[in-house]
Design a binder for this molecule. Structure first.
Ligand SMILES: [Ca+2]
Ligand SMILES: [Ca+2]
Length: 176
């Protein structure tokens, strides 16, 4: 695996280790799911639930792939190896999480997401607001809206792509 993918997976690890204890475990996902729910009003409670459910599905896929000794904890090395495998099944294991995130941010269900709503979702999973805003600005159209296709393309590249030219995707979760 190349250095760029390693850097991106390291970034993901630091976000997913929400309680910062150096391993990824179910409590990290419970914590993040709670933050996402807390960040969005009643109006989006159902979408927040779906997003939290997809987060847990993602966790289970990681655990089933990575946690060879079954202790429920995934360290950095296990995570890197597992993510490589899980990424090969992006459409079924990871894609649904990003789709749920998009729908959560798409407040009026018109298939486009504005800047503030995009930032709110990324902030809820631990990305600083200024970096989330920069991500949006790199990905969105000039009219200030992001489509699901744009989001899914960037997400797919994040997990798989090693071409340094695709910086808008590589910097999805902020600086590497
Ligand atoms: Ca942790
Ligand atoms: Ca919208």
């Amino acid at each position: 695996m190349g250095a760029l993918l390693d850097q991106k997976y390291e970034k993901l690890f630091s976000l997913l280790d929400a309680n910062g204890d150096g391993v990824i475990a179910e409590d990290d996902f419970t914590l993040m799911a709670g933050r996402v729910r807390a960040s969005f009003s009643e109006e989006r409670a159902a979408k927040g639930e779906t997003y939290a459910d997809e987060m847990m599905n993602y966790w289970r896929a990681l655990r089933d792939t990575a946690d060879a000794d079954g202790d429920g904890r995934i360290d950095r090395d296990e995570f890197r190896q597992a993510l490589h495998q899980v990424s090969d099944r992006f459409d079924t294991l990871i894609g649904p999480l990003y789709q749920a995130g998009f729908h959560l941010a798409d407040r009026d269900d018109d298939g486009r997401v504005g800047r503030e709503d995009f930032i709110a979702v990324l902030v809820a999973i631990g990305v600083p607001a200024d970096e989330a805003g920069a991500t949006f600005d790199r990905l969105a159209e000039r009219d200030g809206q992001l489509t699901k296709d744009q989001l899914m393309t960037a997400a797919t590249l994040y997990y798989r792509d090693e071409n340094p030219d695709n910086a808008a995707s590589h910097l999805f979760f902020g600086a590497l």
